[in-house]
Design a protein around this ligand. Structure first.
Ligand SMILES: Cc1cc2nc3c(=O)[nH]c(=O)nc-3n(C[C@H](O)[C@H](O)[C@H](O)COP(=O)(O)O)c2cc1C
Length: 347
């Protein structure tokens, strides 16, 4: 077993510059991967990778990013100040190598777009490019700058528009980042694809109390699915957090990057379809297994609905009596179809 380390402020002071930089750049956890694109007074398009991007409020929609000390030329910073408009573009899987290359210092009159294999694209009436390969782009208007005591500057901008495909919009209004393929960054040099997460309802003290009570009552043979708020017949036997495969070209011509990006998207959509179908089939199988293993002493008739109950001794039995006429613990209701498959009756 590994020992616990305690790295103090003094230890950090004594570290060599690179170790300290690497440590501090990774201690906050994963950060978003975004390209900020700007246009200079002389019409040169600029793009650079930024990880210190954070939302500051949703009404008005304000986003901040931290710029390193402006004691040396910072093209993103000076273009934002001169132009007033800029864009923030998500880095999708397949584009991370090109995105990383934008962090090098390029001469002011050279566009990182071309050098790094990225494509500038323009929205009518907006004077900064978006990154064409990016799945989600924000059109930003400079709002204010806040100099910080360590020499860095917090730049705050207002979101004027969000540009993305319609199918990246989740039902609750948020962006489906997994579907968009948006990556995360750790430290200063590592780009991570993201796998499916878990989501929870808005937490209140009352809801926590209710959950504790419900958990105490749940049967063992079935699993409660937080997503659908219903019982699953059993734990699914496969790793549902495995992501779809990603194609990463080893050189950065635009053609390859955009082709790999497209096929990755296509495969991800197909993968999600197959996974949903597999989950549905597995659930059907598990319920049927449970119903067929339950005790019943009558011959069920196709087209009729029956109800699955759990007894005090944990045994499971099938009955024709509906749960409304009985106070027993009902695990679900099922209709037998003509293929002798039990279909779960919703509600
Ligand atoms: C992963 C990664 C994240 C970065 N995040 C930031 C950041 O949040 N703020 C910043 O000022 N520079 C950041 N940089 C450095 C800039 O990308 C770099 O200074 C770039 O040259 C700036 O380009 P510009 O001069 O065109 O603005 C980051 C670099 C990398 C590799």
């Amino acid at each position: 077993m590994s020992n616990l380390v305690h790295i103090t402020e003094d230890d950090m002071k004594e570290m060599d510059r690179i170790s300290r930089l690497n440590l501090v750049n990774s201690i906050t956890g994963f950060k978003p991967a975004n390209l900020i694109a700007t246009r200079s007074e002389h019409g040169v398009n600029n793009v650079a990778i930024f990880s210190s991007i954070v939302h500051l409020g949703s009404n008005p929609p304000l986003i901040g990013h931290v710029t390193r000390p402006v004691t040396v030329p910072r093209h993103t910073y000076s273009n934002i100040k001169a132009n007033g408009e800029y864009t923030i573009n998500h880095v999708p899987e397949g584009l991370e190598e090109a995105a990383h290359l934008t962090s090098a210092n390029y001469p002011e009159d050279l566009s990182e777009f071309e050098t790094c294999g990225l494509t500038p694209s323009f929205v009518k009436g907006f004077n900064a490019p978006i990154v064409k390969e990016s799945p989600v782009s924000l059109l930003m208007e400079f709002h204010e700058e806040v100099p910080l005591s360590n020499g860095t500057v917090l730049i705050i901008g207002k979101v004027k528009s969000v540009i993305m495909k319609d199918d990246f919009r989740a039902e609750n209004g948020s962006i489906d980042l997994l579907r968009a393929g948006t990556m995360a960054i750790s430290g200063l040099d590592t780009y991570h694809p993201v796998s499916e997460g878990r989501n929870f309802p808005y937490a209140t003290y009352e809801s926590i109390e209710e959950k504790v009570e419900q958990e105490a009552k749940r049967p063992d043979q079935v699993v409660f699915d937080e997503k659908t708020k219903s019982y699953n017949a059993s734990l699914l036997p496969y790793a549902t957090n495995v992501g779809a495969p990603v194609i990463k070209p080893n050189d950065l011509t635009h053609w390859k990057a955009s082709g790999a990006h497209k096929i990755t998207r296509h495969l991800q959509a197909k993968y999600e379809e197959l996974r949903t179908a597999y989950e549905e089939m597995t659930e059907l199988f598990r319920w049927n297994e449970l119903v067929y293993k339950a005790k019943f002493s009558f011959e069920p008739i196709a087209g009729e609905t029956y109800h699955l109950y759990r007894k005090e001794d944990d045994s499971i039995f099938l009955s024709m009596i509906p749960p409304t006429n009985w106070s027993k613990e009902c695990l679900g209701s099922f209709k037998l179809n003509s293929d002798q498959i039990w279909e779960k009756v919703l509600g």
